[in-house]
Every structure is written in C-alpha cells, then in structure tokens.
Write a protein that binds this ligand. Structure first.
Ligand SMILES: Cc1cc2nc3c(=O)[nH]c(=O)nc-3n(C[C@H](O)[C@H](O)[C@H](O)COP(=O)(O)OP(=O)(O)OC[C@H]3O[C@@H](n4cnc5c(N)ncnc54)[C@H](O)[C@@H]3O)c2cc1C
Ligand SMILES: *[C@@H]1O[C@H](CO)[C@@H](O)[C@H](O)[C@H]1NC(C)=O
Ligand SMILES: *[C@@H]1O[C@H](CO)[C@@H](O)[C@H](O)[C@H]1NC(C)=O
Ligand SMILES: *[C@@H]1O[C@H](CO)[C@@H](O)[C@H](O)[C@H]1NC(C)=O
Ligand SMILES: *[C@@H]1O[C@H](CO)[C@@H](O)[C@H](O)[C@H]1NC(C)=O
Length: 495
C-alpha cells in the first residue's frame, strides 16, 4: 500500500544518507569526544563492556540501528558538542531516550554514535501551577508514581518503559487521550538542540514554526534535552478501574459488534483494548480484553455491560491507579512485553476509522486457519486500542504535526518470534493482514500512527499529505543535512 510518490521521496532521503560515508574510525571518535566532553560524560566503543552496562539498550532487535560508539553527555553543552562533531565529521548518530522505537527504518543506520540521553533524568512537578518539567530520557514509569502521589495525571501511554520525550515527539496516545488529547497537546515548551548545535527554547511564542513540527514529527528536527508539560488534577481521586476479560474465538463477531456500539458514543473515561492471538485452550484466535475506566467500579461495570453480557470465559476486576494500571492491564501482558530487551518482531499498524464487523471476522477466520496450518506464524499477535476521540478532537488539526485525530482504533499486527530466521515469514504475513484490514479501515489509503509504523508506509501515511509540505520546509530550515532522518523521516525534498 506504499504509494510510489512517498516511496520515491523516502528513496531520496536515503540517498542523502549514502553520501555520509564513514571517514573516521570509531577509536578516533572516542578519543576526540572524550577530550571534548565535560566530566561525568561517558564515551566508549560499543565493544567495551561498559557500553552494555551504562547505555540504554533497545527493546527491538529487528532492523535496529548498528552503533560503533556510545556517547553519554552530561550537560546540554555536551549534546551540542556531540552534534557539531558528528555533523562536521559526517558520522551518523541517533539520540536515545527510552530505546523503544522499533520502526525498521532505524536499520538503515550503521557505524553510528548512540547519543544516549541517560543523564537527562530530572523530574520537576509544580502542583500549584499544574506543570511538569522532565529531562529528555525520563520514562513514563518514572513520572506516573510521582504524579499519582501528588494527585495529578498526564496522558501517558500503555508501557511504563517508553521514553516520554520520544513518545511525545510523535504525538503520544494512551487511555487518558479521551480527556486530554495526545501527550504532545499537553506540551508547553521544549529545549531543543538543532542540527547546527544551537540550543533553542521552542514554544507557541518562540520558534512557532518548529513548535508545530515538534509535536508529531519532532524526532526529525533535533535533540530534546527537556520538556515542560501541562498536568491535570487526577480524575476520580486517582482511582482507576481495570476490567480484564477473556473471550473465546467463537465470540469474536459479537465482540466487534460490541466495539462498534461505542463508536460515536464512547465515554471519555473508557479505553477498550484487546490482545488477539492464538490460544488453543480458548478455541483459536481469541480476544483478550482490558477495559480501563477512569472512574469507580460500579460505573465501569455499567459502561462495559455490552461486553460482559456476552459471557466471557473469565473476568477480573482491579482497583488501580496511574502508577499501576499498566501492570494489571491485559492480564499483565503489556508490562511483561514492554520491559523486555532485544526481542525480534515484525511490526505493522494501521488506523481504523470504523469498526467493520464483517471484515474483522474475515481477518480472524483467515488468521485462525493460517496459524492452525503454520507453526512459524504462531507468535502473530493483533492489538486493538479503541480510545475515545473527544480529547484528541478538542484540538484543531492545524495546531500541530500530529496527523490523525479521528482514529477509532489503533490496530497493530506484531509478528513475534524467538527465531530470527522466521522474521521474513512474519513480515509477509503482517503485510497480508494489513492489506485485508485496510479494506475495512474507512479510508482509501493506508494511514498510520507514526510511532507504530513498520517503516515501509512512507511519509504521506505517517504525516498526511496535507501536513507534509510544511514539515518538509521545516526540515530544510532546522535539519538541512538530514542528521535526524533515521526514524520514519520527513524527506526534505520531493512532493
Ligand atoms: C512495548 C511498547 C509499547 C508502546 N506503547 C505506546 C503507547 O501506548 N502509545 C504510544 O503513543 N506509543 C507507544 N509506543 C511507541 C513509542 O511511543 C515509540 O516507540 C517511541 O519512539 C519510544 O520512545 P523512546 O524514547 O522509548 O525510544 P527511542 O528508540 O530512544 O527513540 C525513538 C525515536 O525518538 C527519538 N528520540 C527519543 N528521545 C528523543 C529526544 N529526547 N530528543 C530527540 N529525539 C528523541 C530517537 O532518536 C528515535 O528516533 C510503544 C512502544 C513499545 C515498544
Ligand atoms: C527511571 O527509571 C529507570 C529504570 O526504569 C531508572 O534507572 C532511573 O533512575 C529512573 N529515573 C528517575 C528519575 O526516577
Ligand atoms: C468469529 O466469529 C464469527 C461469527 O461472528 C464466527 O462465524 C467465526 O467462526 C468466529 N471465528 C473463529 C475463529 O472462531
Ligand atoms: C490460553 O487461555 C487460558 C485460559 O483459558 C490461559 O490460562 C492461558 O494462559 C492462555 N494461553 C496463552 C498461551 O495465552
Ligand atoms: C480455529 O482454530 C482452531 C485450532 O487452532 C480450531 O480448533 C478451530 O476449529 C478453528 N475455528 C474455526 C471457526 O475455524
């Protein structure tokens, strides 16, 4: 479903990378940077055992970046130095926050410096002003406990180990989105080191052009050392109800019908999540559900009645909070997966703008048959995130680069495997499922949330045709050398 134009534009971006030939040895890079960076910074070869110990490891091993040097700056001025050095010597680099980025475009990056922001860990919560200022490498799990302790909340994602800056730069969607929109909608300002090594404070008033691009396409334009956000008083005194339920495969059609009944009348406190995979005990490709409700138990039970009336095989109810809900959601599946390292999987995604019950049943049946016949595909997992749109739609589309505010379901297809040789099979299977699902997506073209992308969708799919001209113009101003073009990049040239 990649259209030719975006494929061409992507090709051009990659051509620019080809010109960045390695002219300098890793040993030399370590030597030079060690001499320049301040005390407390660390620069090592990736073959050095302290790299493994001190540097942020990656969640995904598949098509991941290949680093030769780790540089961990202590101060903002050190970040400037690394960027200026790398730019001058044509050494490619990638900033690392939480290390959870998994698009396969990252695999294009070789002989690179890992610019690890691990020292940027400050968290400063101002309860009176309702603001939070965090360093560039702070993870979601680092702030949820502190926010909960002071009775505040912020639209976090589902996984505690994801870096907040990285998450926000692509938008940032999660179960509080129904109330507050994307994480990027709650950003007030950011400190950004650009490709020329300049430090900018970016906000609605300061560099408003970059402010637009930063929120939704931000990893294209610089390295963020700190971000300041708006936070909110906790809903329902911070108590969250999480209801998990298991449905047998035979009920899948009724489950999609129930999902469809929420479209257009979806309470802003409710999120509907499914992990859908093979479970022979449950009779095939079975939906495991989590209903996350920012409100009391009795209200939650009333709201999700259409699902409970289907008689799931199992139901459990948790009283939870912002710091804990990810650990219990989906029978602890999210927390388990999110904290793993170097896993192999073929990721795919697409936005659904309607719940097409018939098409979904076709997909489940096709998958049920295919997996019954093919052991190599048994790790294929579908995930469904149906967030209320109210919070997202409360901000106009033109307010930022965050592309799709009217998504009904963020649908992901992840082909997990413990045998990397099976990856190409899962890759092909993911493409087939994506094409099938696209037919019932409600849009003629593939539209994807940039953070869940495979990497083959192209910039029009990640950023929308309407937003691309402005994003390309920004690229020419703030990153003319394509230093930040490894993660689902905005091409500086093309249509
Ligand atoms: C298990 C799992 C669950 C997830 N759940 C959600 C979810 O619920 N909602 C959601 O919206 N997303 C979710 N994501 C996607 C996540 O938001 C992205 O993968 C995001 O890129 C992760 O940021 P990171 O800092 O952890 O990753 P990294 O790999 O460190 O960074 C990803 C990209 O962002 C850039 N980047 C990171 N930090 C900075 C910075 N400070 N300055 C400049 N560039 C930076 C990196 O250079 C890289 O290009 C999930 C991902 C995983 C693996
Ligand atoms: C954030 O969490 C990581 C581990 O998950 C930890 O190493 C780090 O110290 C934490 N930072 C803060 C500020 O709590
Ligand atoms: C999915 O649900 C439909 C009916 O709604 C049913 O016909 C089909 O058999 C179910 N699929 C599986 C794999 O059980
Ligand atoms: C399959 O479902 C059963 C519940 O019926 C559950 O106990 C088991 O853990 C599930 N297996 C897998 C692999 O998810
Ligand atoms: C789904 O697959 C399972 C085997 O994994 C099989 O027992 C079941 O009959 C299949 N269901 C349908 C509706 O084909």
């Amino acid at each position: 479903m990649v259209n030719l134009r975006s494929a061409l534009a992507l090709g051009l971006a990659q051509l620019c990378h080809l010109r960045v030939a390695q002219a300098i040895s890793p040993q030399r890079i370590v030597h030079d940077l060690q001499a320049q960076l301040s005390v407390g910074s660390e620069v090592v070869l990736t073959s050095n055992p302290s790299f493994e110990e001190d540097f942020t490891s990656r969640f995904s091993a598949s098509h991941s970046p290949k680093f030769v040097v780790g540089a961990k700056p202590k101060k903002v001025s050190d970040v400037q130095k690394v960027i200026r050095y790398a730019s001058k010597n044509k050494v490619p680099f990638l900033a690392t926050g939480g290390g959870h980025g998994y698009t396969w475009t990252l695999g294009e990056l070789e002989n690179a410096i890992q610019l690890d922001l691990g020292h940027f860990q400050t968290i400063d919560i101002n309860t009176d002003a309702n603001t939070m200022t965090i360093g560039g490498a702070v993870r979601i799990g680092n702030v949820t406990e502190q926010l909960h302790a002071v009775g505040k909340e912020f639209p976090v994602g589902m996984c505690p180990t994801v870096g907040i800056s990285g998450y926000t730069l692509g938008g940032g969607v999660g179960p509080l989105g129904g109330m507050y929109g994307a994480a990027s909608d709650n950003l007030l300002s950011a400190e950004v080191v650009t490709g020329s090594g300049e430090v900018l404070t970016v906000s609605a008033k300061s560099h408003p052009d970059l402010w637009y691009g930063l929120r939704g396409a931000g990893f294209n334009y610089g390295v963020v050392t700190s971000m300041k956000y708006r936070i909110h008083p906790a809903t329902n005194n911070g108590e969250i109800t999480v209801i998990n339920a298991m449905f047998p495969a035979a009920l899948n059609g009724s489950v999609w019908e129930a999902c469809n009944s929420f479209v257009g009348r979806h309470p802003k406190e409710l999120s509907i999540l499914f992990a859908i995979r093979l479970n022979e005990t449950l009779g095939g490709i079975s939906p495991i559900a989590s209903f996350i409700y920012f409100g009391p138990r009795d209200e939650a039970l009333k709201v999700v009645k259409p699902f409970l009336d289907l008689n799931p095989l199992h139901v459990e109810i948790h009283q939870s909070n912002l710091a804990e809900f990810s650990n219990v959601a989906l029978y602890a599946d999210v927390a388990d997966i999110g904290s793993r390292k170097a896993i192999d999987f073929a990721p795919f995604t697409l936005n659904l703008y309607k719940v097409d019950v018939k098409n979904l049943v076709n997909v489940i049946n096709f998958m049920n048959t295919t997996l019954a016949e093919n052991d190599d595909l048994k790790g294929a997992t579908l995930s469904w995130a149906q967030y209320p749109t109210e919070g997202f739609l409360s901000y106009p589309s033109r307010s930022s680069a965050f592309a799709y505010r009217d998504v009904i379901v963020y649908f992901s297809i992840d082909g997990f495997t413990e045998d990397v040789a099976k990856l190409p099979l899962l890759d092909d299977f993911g493409k087939v499922l994506r094409d099938m699902l696209q037919l019932g997506s409600g849009r003629p073209q593939l539209e994807t949330y940039v953070h869940f992308g495979h990497g083959d969708e192209g910039p029009r799919s990640w950023y929308s045709a309407a937003k691309l001209p402005r994003l390309r113009a920004l690229k020419r101003v703030y990153d003319p050398r394509n230093l930040f073009s490894w993660y689902n990049p905005v091409p500086s040239v093309g249509h």
